[in-house]
Design a protein around this ligand. Structure first.
Ligand code: LMR
Length: 328
């Protein structure tokens, strides 16, 4: 009996560290480039809260904002290497992985964020979440930020005013073509470098959402903002397919649900708070905010229309049509 008891204790003491190891939580790193107060920042925090509540002791989510862990240019590689598990790059930053997502950069394609939402929810939009599966990337969902506006050092109302100005752009060939269409000089720069580039005069302007402009203080180093809503900055929340599929089924299910809810939360923030961020920029009284008149909008639309034609073959005419239809 004694021997059996000793054997049991011995087995237990060996088994204990092993089972403790098996139960140690899975660490999930969620890295992004914007501030905590933005829709993406808030959605990432919400995901942490929901995932840890749904899977207590099983997962720990670490959120890294402000390009702290990885910035543009490094985060996709880090995801492939397993150094980060969840990232949410802007849809403008997937050009190297799939030409299809370039659709979101086409100027004046979507009238507003509601149209973007309808397109993303449509079968065409949903199918794009799987457009990078062969590259080992799984799309967990779309996340809104909002419509873009232009900020510049010098006044800019009509497309002719943009001629010769240098603009920071995200890493997107469509955005490059968009600025070239009005005779401007686009320059691809990581998000973390934008403030410095504007402040030092490396570039004269940029395009972004109100939440990014306000939280990164771009309006403090710019003279003018043209409220153009000429395009969208939204995200795809993505993960490493191999890592995701290798998770225990109950954990993957819990994380999927937490992601779905965190995206719904972030989307609400995006839609509700865009105007509030704009109001804060105006209240700061640093850059002059100019509304775009219908006549000016028509001129910009006309000047940038060739960009849609230029990328039609790469993106697909049917997909563009589906996106246009989401405006109704
Ligand atoms: C940008 O680079 O301007 C944006 O994509 C940043 C972001 O993640 O919203």
């Amino acid at each position: 009996i004694l021997a059996a008891a000793i054997a049991t204790i011995a087995a237990a003491s060996i088994a204990l560290p092993l089972s403790a190891a098996a139960q140690s939580p899975i660490i999930i790193k969620y890295s992004h480039v914007v501030a905590d107060q933005t829709p993406k920042g808030q959605a990432a925090q919400k995901f942490k809260e929901l995932a840890e509540k749904a899977l207590p002791g099983k997962v720990v989510v670490q959120v890294f904002p402000n390009s702290q862990l990885f910035g543009d240019g490094k985060e996709m590689e880090a995801l492939a290497l397993g150094d980060v598990q969840i990232i949410a790059p802007s849809l403008s930053k997937f050009g190297k992985y799939t030409p299809k997502l370039q659709i979101f950069d086409l100027p004046f394609l979507f009238n507003d964020i509601q149209a973007v939402d309808r397109f993303q929810a449509s079968p065409s939009g949903q199918s794009l979440l799987n457009s990078m599966n062969k590259k080992g990337i799984t799309g967990l969902g779309y996340l809104h930020n909002g419509m873009k506006v232009f900020s510049t050092t010098a006044p800019m109302n009509l497309p002719a005013d943009a001629k010769g100005m240098k603009f920071r752009i995200q890493a997107s060939d469509v955005l490059e073509a968009q600025f070239k269409a009005v005779g401007a000089n686009p320059q691809k720069l990581a998000f973390a470098e934008v403030y410095q580039a504007l402040q030092s005069g490396v570039v004269d302007g940029q395009e972004n959402t109100w939440s990014n402009i306000y939280s990164k203080k771009f309006h403090e180093v710019q003279g003018f903002i043209l409220d153009s809503n000429h395009g969208v900055i939204d995200y795809m929340v993505i993960t490493n397919t191999k890592w995701w599929n290798g998770l225990p089924a109950d954990i993957r299910k819990g994380l999927s649900q937490a992601m779905k809810e965190s995206i719904a939360f972030g989307n609400q923030v995006a839609i509700k708070e865009a105007e509030a961020f704009k109001a804060k920029v105006i209240a700061d009284n640093k850059a002059k905010v100019v509304e775009m008149t219908p006549a000016s909008k028509a001129a910009w639309r006309k000047a940038m229309a060739p960009v849609v034609k230029k990328f039609e073959d790469e993106i697909g005419a049917d997909l563009i049509k589906a996106a246009q239809n989401s405006n109704q």
